[in-house]
Design a protein around this ligand. Structure first.
Ligand code: ADP
Length: 464
């Protein structure tokens, strides 16, 4: 009983008085009707109270302990259970309370584990995610969102407006909350590198216990938009490239049917130009088809062992006529290159395009040198490690200004469009070279000093 407080003693005295009242009434009535002396009646009353108090103290002290234990559990779930003295019922109550406490602790553990696994799932998603409450404040943000917006781990309570400042996203979030429907918005983050994101904003059907009412899922659209733009540009460029020679051919047909109908000299001249334009269209279509075929296969690596020396010799032979026409000398310096791992047909296209360009842009009476050797190191743009086959095509022409070099392999990119057309170029040669070297897990390195010529070097994996 030592753990009883004055308040609980007072409470138990009050409890003891209640059951004494009927006995006290009987004893006092007996005294009133003189069947009992007042002394005996008062002594009996006292004895009744003492007996009742003993009974109450013995039985109810345990209930009082259990009640206080229950109160303590509200503030401290780890509070120790009290030791009970007599009451079996209080003991049952305590056991039930202890079982409830365990159940409650288990449930809390489960809820904590659930919250943690929810955060882990959100963190594992590559796209940035925010969970917001009904007042647009952050309930939680996943790792991708924290990294993108450089947020601390605890972002809870911040208004979304302080993180994504774009009014379109904020309006879409407000609309989703107000109308309880999915909304979308696009926004651009200018720094560190400009990125465009799509935000999908979904309201929950009922607000979650942690206050989550809205999910904001972001998806980086930069690449897709770039691809869309590239595709549109490509179609526009390809149509333009085809339309120009076609317009020329149609124009000459009209002239031949009209004013130059009986002019034999003009006919000869125009037919020659028409043939040139038709050949240009054929080359363009061939290059377009080549490019799309290579792109389709770009994910599968070629597996043949290709004799590079034979391929280079065949290329030089094939380009002998255009080289002679421009008075260009082509020399081969081959240090017995070992076979490369590749596709012979595609690699012959690579060398044809590079040597042809060197002849075309190397100037009249120029010099083109082709070397093939094993390089002990790979350039950073080539995947993997170890030696690689290095084939360089060097010319001593006008060269290429530094700012053009990174863009040379884009489709239809030319330093001088008129000159490229005049020389019969399609603007696709280097794009084809780039895609083929990519498919070969190789690399293309362009070096040039304006006025001193250019070197196009292809690195390829060795077959062995
Ligand atoms: P094109 O059919 O116009 O030659 P390419 O894709 O082969 O197309 O080349 C793209 C552009 O790169 C060319 O138009 C030219 O401006 C430049 N170029 C390519 N090779 C050389 C080179 N050896 N010397 C100088 N410029 C070159």
């Amino acid at each position: 009983m030592a753990d009883l407080t004055p308040a609980s003693v007072r409470r138990m005295v009050a409890w003891a008085v209640g059951p004494c009242v009927p006995a006290w009434t009987v004893l006092l009535l007996l005294a009133v009707v003189s069947r009992l002396s007042w002394t005996a009646a008062l002594v009996s009353c006292a004895i009744v109270f003492i007996l009742m108090a003993i009974l109450v103290f013995a039985r109810l002290a345990d209930f009082d302990r259990v009640a206080r234990y229950a109160e303590e559990l509200l503030v401290n779930p780890e509070a120790p259970a009290p030791l009970l003295e007599t009451s079996a019922t209080a003991q049952r109550l305590l056991s039930a309370l202890t079982a409830l406490r365990k159940l409650w602790a288990d449930r809390r553990g489960e809820a904590d584990a659930l919250a943690k696994s929810r955060q882990d799932i959100l963190d594992s998603l590559p796209d940035p995610f925010f969970l917001l409450d009904r007042r647009r404040r952050v309930v939680s943000a996943n790792a991708a969102a924290r990294m993108l917006f450089e947020l601390e781990r605890t972002t809870t309570g911040r208004d979304l407006a302080g993180i994504i400042r774009d009014p379109k996203v904020l309006e879409a979030a407000d609309l989703a909350l107000a109308q309880n429907r999915k909304t979308e918005a696009m926004f651009t983050l200018p720094a560190p590198v400009e990125h465009t994101f799509g935000a999908l904003i979904v309201p929950l059907s009922a607000t979650a216990e942690d206050g989550t009412a809205l999910i904001v899922a972001l998806h980086d659209q930069t690449e897709r938009l770039k691809m869309d733009r590239m595709r549109a540009d490509f179609v526009a460029n390809a149509s333009h490239e085809l339309r120009t020679p076609l317009a020329a051919v149609l124009g000459f047909i009209e002239t031949l049917r009209g004013p130059a109908k009986d002019d034999a000299k003009a006919r000869e001249e125009f037919l020659e130009i028409m043939l040139k334009q038709a050949n240009r269209m054929t080359r363009l279509i061939d290059d377009l088809l080549s490019l799309s075929r290579i792109e389709l296969r770009e994910h599968t690596r070629p597996t043949q062992a290709v004799d590079i020396e034979a391929l280079l010799r065949a290329t030089v032979e094939l380009l002998d006529r255009p080289a002679k026409e421009r008075g260009t000398t082509v020399t081969l310096k081959l240090l017995t290159p070992p076979p490369a791992l590749g596709d012979a047909h595609e690699l012959s296209q690579v060398f044809h395009n590079l040597v042809n360009n060197a002849i075309k842009y190397g100037g009249e009476h120029g010099r083109v040198e082709i070397t093939a050797e094993v390089s002990s190191a790979r350039p950073p743009s080539m995947p993997g490690r170890g030696p690689a086959l290095k084939i360089a095509v060097r010319d001593y022409g006008e060269g290429i200004a530094r700012e053009h070099i990174p863009r040379l392999t884009e489709r239809f990119y030319r330093v001088d469009t008129a000159r490229s057309r005049e020389l019969g170029g399609t603007g696709l040669g280097l794009a084809i070279v780039k895609h083929i070297t990519n498919r070969h897990r190789g690399a293309l390195v362009v070096e040039s000093e304006p006025g001193k010529g250019a070197t196009f070097t292809v690195y390829l994996p060795l077959a062995a």
